[in-house]
Design a protein around this ligand. Structure first.
Ligand code: BEZ
Length: 253
């Protein structure tokens, strides 16, 4: 089933490659928890530009990727991956995967109960769900600066933080309520150097927020960057994003 148009994500695979390659580069921890085996059937939920999907396929797993961004799906298909345009809240798979894997995607899906329910449906009995995404406190300084910018300019602040960053307790309870056994779960602070700077991060990850300023978008972006300088920029001009990840492994029971 195609994603509902209103919930589609719009990403540029080339901008993502230039400014957010660290997202897949930092996935070793969650890949270790997944411990993919050759011939396993794995669903890569929110596969983005498919770098990790390809890594799993190279291990011999039979991987299907899904993403709700057309640009990402096209980029994946161009490299020969089995990737489909699908919303994580409307997965159509049933009892067919040994594992559902997800890196840096679940925080974009703001109806997590639906996602968990569809993930459960996609897994075979005893199948595992291994994921990493933004947890409680993720990009807190950045969200606060965006909120302050919205207040200063009297605009819609909801575009600043359309994200789901749960605590361990909240996410564990959601999983257990839907019949998962949580094997391990942790909140992991991960300050991350932004090699191409904060303005590039803001432009890529919070584009709808800045778009609402029209011709003043660049000036407002600089104001937001100034608010963040004290917390996230060092004396040499290096920017760090205040990432916190929630990593989980749960079994369909
Ligand atoms: C994240 O990967 O944690 C993230 C990305 C964009 C906005 C917020 C969080």
């Amino acid at each position: 089933m195609m994603a509902e148009a209103s919930r589609r994500q719009s990403w540029s695979a080339s901008s993502y490659d230039a400014h957010a390659r660290f997202v897949s580069d930092l996935a070793d921890g969650v890949l270790d928890w997944l411990a993919a085996q050759a011939r396993e059937r794995i669903l890569d939920l929110g596969c983005g530009d498919g770098v990790l999907t390809a890594e799993l396929a190279a291990l011999g797993a039979k991987v299907v990727g899904v993403d709700s961004s057309e640009d990402f799906v096209e980029a994946c298909q161009a490299r020969g991956l089995d990737v489909r345009l699908m919303d994580g809240e409307a997965l159509t798979f049933e009892n067919e995967f040994d594992a559902v894997f997800s890196n840096a995607a679940l925080h974009w899906m703001t109806r997590p109960e639906r996602v968990i329910s569809r993930v459960r449906q996609a897994l075979r009995p005893e199948g595992r769900f291994v994921a990493e995404f933004g947890g409680h406190g993720n990009v807190a300084a950045i969200m606060t600066a965006l909120e302050a910018t919205a207040v200063r300019h009297g605009v819609d602040s909801s575009l600043a933080h359309p994200s789901f960053f749960p605590t361990v307790e909240i996410y564990q309870a959601m999983l257990e309520e839907q019949g998962f056994e949580v094997k391990r779960i942790a909140l992991i602070p991960r300050p991350t150097l932004l090699k191409t700077g904060m303005a590039a991060w803001l432009k890529l990850f919070r584009k709808p927020f800045f778009d609402q300023f029209g011709a003043s978008a660049d000036q407002v972006l600089r104001e937001t960057e100034d608010l963040l300088r004290f917390a996230l920029c060092d004396a040499h001009g290096n920017w760090t994003a205040d990432y916190v990840r929630l990593r989980v492994e749960a079994k369909k029971s």
